[in-house]
Design a binder for this molecule. Structure first.
Ligand code: FES
Length: 86
């Protein structure tokens, strides 16, 4: 379990072990875009403002991983809060 802070929306959402960041954000009533929800299509690409990500997608190039996250599959590394530009 870890928290995701949505910078533009002004909300912090808790992501349980059995939910993706995308699902947790959607559950909180914040609109999201997605398609494959398995880390391959690139639709859910989101700008990362802060935090260490455990990248689990097949889409991002190494140089993108510092400031982007695929929120349908990737998670926090070490359970620390992630700050997203949503
Ligand atoms: Fe396809 Fe996330 S919805 S990569």
């Amino acid at each position: 379990t870890f928290d995701v802070k949505l910078e533009k929306t002004g909300k912090t959402v808790t992501v349980p072990e059995d939910r993706s960041i995308l699902e947790a954000i959607r559950d909180a009533g914040v609109p999201t875009v997605s398609s494959c929800e398995s880390g391959t299509c690139g639709t859910c690409k989101t700008k990362l403002i802060a935090g260490e990500v455990d990248h689990r997608d097949m889409v991002l190039m190494d140089h993108e991983k510092e400031d982007t996250i695929m929120i349908c599959v990737s998670r926090s590394k070490g359970g620390e809060e992630l700050v997203l530009d949503i």
